[in-house]
Design a protein around this ligand. Structure first.
Ligand code: ZN
Length: 501
């Protein structure tokens, strides 16, 4: 039992009470006391000297263990072909495949007409896999094509499920990534996160509990794993109070905007014949939804295009009907990047939560109008959803975007580029800082199956918080937040509170 008193804190969101002292006992908030009142007896006192105290962030959608692996891959984004080749050559290691990420269309002419053969010329017989920027396509060498049973003359670019299959040929086990991944969260002020890594990531967190590192982790179970499990064992795992829980079946309804695989109700504005790709729809989607719902799972459906969103709403209705015994888990639509406003009432009725990533606007703002035209007025429709009463939670989708909650908040408020330039994309969908902040703290607790009142710092709630030098409303990116330390699950996590001495 440790009682801790933090003196002279500025609470955010503000209580309007001026400087307050925060009393914590055994990792929970006891009460906020106006500074200058008589102090209760405690084991430790820390003077915050007017610094800001705010709840730890909840990142509602990322790929956490993969973010760790991604940090070791070769980054190709924005580099010339020569530079890509030399960086890849520097990274060659005899035992493992060579993995890079970040290429965008079009591939350079020099690589045509068979990019796989081009790579094989530079890396003979080596397994090389290069993810594109949205991780829905890969470029691979013939060594990998052969393992997948592809024709030797195949150009080497694989999409969606085939890209996953290629990755399965080369990936490393993520088991050892857990501690570093959790510390990476804490360095960004994040104390809870929902990750959508693959099945081996679930096993990694079972073996290495995230609570030991001071964070709550929630996980989605990939649909393929759910369907291949013994039905008696395919049950959700963990309670709201637990450090680790697996509560949603994660389904891909479509692809992405960047790869033109987002599934649309009518054609791409600049490619009218193309409706994108429906990865799951109709009966196959509904049968997973019912099977999952009847076992108490929530659904987390990746849906980017308006057709995919519409189909996800139907599936969530089915899951909800099949789920007996109260609604103790929320269904979620992940990304919900393009909404047909005509679907809003069925969305509301479904009870689904919108899990948005405003930070995708940093890149997507460059292409969204060309591809979706006027429909883009309802792209990442944060304002519209809030006004209609749909709960919104937010995440960074790291490693696709930076693991920076502040940049995501900034994107939600301004919808400009990452340097603060350019016109606001869809200005009517901007939200206030306090609204965006809520989606990453108190507003994220229920939908991420976190402890009661998580993210509020109300008396009785978990005292998981961050201490900043700077006013939260002035922060536009994490590197300028003045983060001093994070306290979670009863301990200081970054500097053991030393910086306050
Ligand atoms: Zn994602």
């Amino acid at each position: 039992m440790t009682r801790l008193l933090l003196k002279s804190a500025r609470r955010y969101p503000s209580s309007g009470a001026g400087l307050e002292d925060l009393l914590i006992d055994s990792g929970k908030v006891v009460q906020w006391i106006p500074s200058g009142s008589e102090s209760p007896s405690v084991d430790h006192v820390v003077d915050l000297d007017g610094r800001w105290v705010l709840p730890g962030f909840v990142d509602s959608h990322l790929h956490l263990l993969y973010t760790e692996q991604h940090s070791r891959q070769v980054s190709l984004a924005g580099k010339s072909l020569d530079r890509c080749l030399s960086d890849l050559k520097d990274a060659i290691c005899a035992e493992s495949a060579l993995v890079g990420h970040g290429w965008r269309d079009p591939l350079p002419d020099e690589m045509q007409p068979t990019p796989a053969a081009f790579l094989n010329h530079h890396f003979p017989d080596k397994a090389v896999l290069l993810w594109n920027a949205d991780f829905h396509r890969v470029l691979v060498t013939p060594t990998i094509l052969q393992q997948l049973g592809k024709d030797p003359g195949h150009p080497g670019v694989l999409v969606e499920e085939e890209a996953e299959a290629a990755w399965n040929c080369v990936k490393e086990s993520p088991a050892r990534e857990v501690p570093a991944a959790c510390q990476r969260l804490l360095r960004h002020g994040i104390t809870a996160a929902t990750t959508f890594d693959r099945g081996e990531s679930i096993r990694a967190f079972h073996a290495n509990r995230p609570g030991k590192e001071g964070v709550y982790i929630r996980h989605g179970l990939p649909e393929e794993e759910f369907l291949s499990m013994d039905p008696a064992e395919a049950l959700p795992y963990g309670d709201r109070e637990d450090d680790f829980a697996v509560r949603w079946v994660k389904i891909f309804a479509d692809g992405t905007l960047g790869s033109r695989t987002a599934w649309l109700k009518s054609g791409y504005t600049d490619d009218p014949e193309n409706l994108g790709i429906a990865r799951r729809s109709g009966d196959s989607l509904l049968s997973t939804a019912e099977a999952a719902g009847s076992k108490g799972w929530g659904l987390a459906i990746h849906a980017i295009g308006d057709a995919a969103v519409c189909e996800s709403i139907r599936a969530i209705h089915s899951a909800r009907m099949a789920r007996s015994g109260g609604l103790d888990v929320f269904d979620r639509i992940e990304h919900l990047q393009l909404l047909d406003p005509g679907d809003i009432s069925s969305l509301i009725q479904s009870g689904a939560v919108a899990s948005l990533q405003p930070c995708h606007l940093f890149e997507d703002r460059k292409i969204v109008r060309d591809r979706w035209g006027k429909r883009a007025d309802y792209s990442i429709p944060f304002r519209f959803l809030l006004d209609q009463g749909v709960p919104v939670i937010t995440g960074t989708d790291a490693p696709i975007e930076d693991l920076d909650p502040w940049a995501d908040l900034y994107a939600a408020c301004e919808r400009v580029d990452r340097n603060g330039n350019g016109d606001s994309e869809g200005p009517a969908q901007r939200v206030l800082f306090a609204e965006a902040f809520h989606s990453k703290t108190a507003g994220a607790a229920g939908a991420n199956f976190l402890p009661e009142d998580y993210g509020t710092l109300n008396p009785g709630s978990r005292a998981d918080f961050q201490v900043l030098d700077n006013d939260p409303e002035s922060v536009k990116e994490g590197s300028r937040s003045g983060l001093v330390d994070v306290f979670s699950q009863g301990q200081w996590r970054l500097n053991e509170g030393r910086d306050f001495q």
